[in-house]
Design a protein around this ligand. Structure first.
Ligand SMILES: NC(=O)c1ccc[n+]([C@@H]2O[C@H](COP(=O)([O-])OP(=O)(O)OC[C@H]3O[C@@H](n4cnc5c(N)ncnc54)[C@H](OP(=O)(O)O)[C@@H]3O)[C@@H](O)[C@H]2O)c1
Length: 248
């Protein structure tokens, strides 16, 4: 049974991959979980049912397209009304794809910026009273290579670097009650669909990582947990969890 005083975490984009792993990781450490999804409704509901089977009333799954301002607001309202408590907001949801100069549309820009930058800002705006009340944490998920010029990913990298500015600014604004940090993954999971690199490209990318291997979802989840639970004097910082990739 969920304890009335369990901490509550909202993790955006948590139906699958890093977000879903993080949800389970935090749940196993007694967080109650608000899953958020857009297209992956079936996966989100399966995970929700699994977590509730392990501990009753410990999880809900909320739908929102973060590109839709009304849906974003509704996600914040539903978050507030679930347990009237929020201890950790993980801004994890992200659109990711290449955009070539000459072919980038306003829709690409809107999509990349709404998930990676706008939604984190407005979620913090709506939810910061609950985070202040709980002396909680925000962890934004950026990208270890966001500041490296990559000509195929200019708007994506621009959106992610904005999230870094948001991290530092909010850390200053919400101190001393709320800590705001970020985690920047390196090569953890390959993209799915059209943007999955070829086997040869993958080998080349991993060979350039100083630690000579990919990371895992667990590397990200445990860093988020560390920042929330074991880092009381850290705020406004970014931790690259990238095997040294960004050093090269
Ligand atoms: N995977 C890596 O190796 C890697 C490397 C560097 C940085 N990162 C960062 O780490 C985080 C997690 O990575 P990941 O690979 O697990 O992410 P992902 O699978 O690419 O995306 C996570 C979720 O974001 C949601 N999302 C995207 N656009 C959305 C929108 N407009 N509204 C609502 N939800 C939206 C999707 O939800 P639905 O499926 O429900 O639509 C998706 O499942 C991301 O912030 C990513 O940028 C990952």
């Amino acid at each position: 049974m969920s304890h009335p005083q369990n901490k509550v975490a909202l993790i955006t984009g948590s139906a699958r991959r890093i977000g879903a792993f993080t949800a389970e990781y935090l749940h196993q450490r007694n967080y109650d979980i608000i899953l958020h999804y857009r297209a992956s409704g079936d996966l989100a509901k399966t995970l929700r049912d699994k977590l509730n089977a392990a501990r009753a009333h410990s999880c809900i799954a909320l739908h929102a397209d973060l590109a839709d301002p009304e849906a974003l607001q509704q996600l914040a309202e539903q978050t507030k009304s679930w347990k009237h408590r929020l201890d950790l907001l993980v801004n994890n949801a992200s659109s990711y794809y290449p955009t070539q100069l000459g072919e980038t549309t306003q829709e690409h820009w809107q999509d990349l910026f709404s998930s990676n930058a706008r939604a984190p800002y407005f979620l913090i705006q709506s939810l910061h009273p609950l985070l202040l009340a709980s002396q909680g944490n925000v962890v934004n998920i950026i990208d270890a290579m966001a500041t490296h010029p990559n000509v195929d990913f200019i708007p994506y990298n621009m959106a992610k670097t904005t999230l870094h500015t948001l991290t530092r600014s909010m850390a200053k604004l919400l101190a001393p009650s709320v800590r705001v940090n970020s985690v920047s993954p390196g090569v953890m999971l390959w993209p799915v669909g059209d943007h999955d690199p070829s086997a040869e490209e993958k080998e080349k990318i991993v060979a350039q990582v100083p630690l000579q291997r990919m990371g895992t979802e667990q590397d990200i989840a445990r860093t988020i947990y560390f920042l929330a639970e074991d880092a009381p004097y850290i705020t406004g910082q970014d931790i690259a969890v990238d095997g040294g990739q960004s050093l090269v």
